[in-house]
Design a protein around this ligand. Structure first.
Ligand SMILES: [Zn+2]
Length: 269
């Protein structure tokens, strides 16, 4: 069983418009090729012809059992209608979590402006995911996406279930301390490369992830994710394969932790 907690259906090649259904088909075809049973699709913090809204994604995946939606939330642009829509989706069980993009947008995770949204996540018991570490675009501001800022949030909201995306890369040691210290914090390993791992980078990341597990203990907090289509699924599974971990710990990372955290019914897969 494999659950990918971090995929996108944004079109990153903006010279042409690709339909939402084509993007979804490409995702499910790639999952099939790589024996991935379930993926979470994270919507963006902005909506345009290359980035569908949460509502569009929710509607487009409604007949696909192997996909779930995590709703992207914008710090700069939200209205009471957006909050109402998110709350309705949560109440109807149509979204599995919320995603925030510090670094891409200028805010720290513990910003009071998001208290209302975090309270919603606690009420409906869904995790909140944070972009963390390096930004794909050089226009991002990485002081906001440093994983250390998650500690404030984790301490102030002990009932909030938090995911640090990309293990805070390159600040993986900081991420490992925040995960070790706070029971309510998880991390996903997505987006560590653009495309495929080179041999050298794979060896480097192998050491980093294994050190994290040595320090923070049994990987009950670690989640498999790719950031597809930015990172390649096949290359990611090869990366998982060469980690020196017993099979039962790999299974925690590959699907068990995710199924529990996001309440994914694996009996239906
Ligand atoms: Zn991502």
């Amino acid at each position: 069983m494999i659950i990918d907690v971090h995929t996108h259906i944004n079109n990153y090649h903006e010279d042409r418009v690709v339909s939402l259904d084509d993007c979804l088909n490409k995702l499910t075809d790639t999952m099939l090729e790589n024996n991935v049973d379930y993926s979470l699709v994270l919507s963006s913090y902005k909506v345009n012809e290359h980035r569908p809204s949460t509502k569009q994604v929710v509607e487009a995946i409604s007949d696909r059992d192997n996909l779930g939606v995590v709703a992207g939330i914008s710090y700069l642009n939200y209205t009471h209608r957006d909050l109402k829509e998110i709350s309705d989706f949560l109440e109807a069980g149509l979204i599995k979590g919320l995603k925030f993009y510090p670094g891409y947008e200028p805010f720290y995770p513990n910003d009071i402006r998001f208290k209302v949204v975090y309270d919603m996540a606690i009420e409906f018991d869904v995790p909140v995911m944070f972009h963390s570490g390096d930004t794909y675009a050089p226009t991002g501001k990485v002081k906001y996406s440093h994983p250390l800022h998650i500690d404030d949030l984790a301490v102030d909201y002990p009932d909030l279930k938090i995911v640090i995306c990309h293990v805070g890369n390159p600040w993986i040691k900081d991420c490992m301390e925040v995960v070790y210290k706070n029971k309510n914090v998880h991390a996903d390993i997505s987006g560590l490369v653009l495309g495929d791992f080179s041999d050298k980078f794979e060896r480097y990341m192998k050491t980093e992830i294994e050190e994290m597990i040595t320090y923070a203990g049994d990987p009950k907090y670690l989640l498999y994710g790719t950031d597809w289509p930015i990172s390649n699924m096949k290359s990611y599974l090869k990366f998982m394969d060469q980690l020196e971990l017993p099979q039962e710990k790999k299974e925690l990372i590959l699907w068990k932790n995710a199924a529990e955290l996001f309440k994914i019914d694996v009996t239906k897969l």
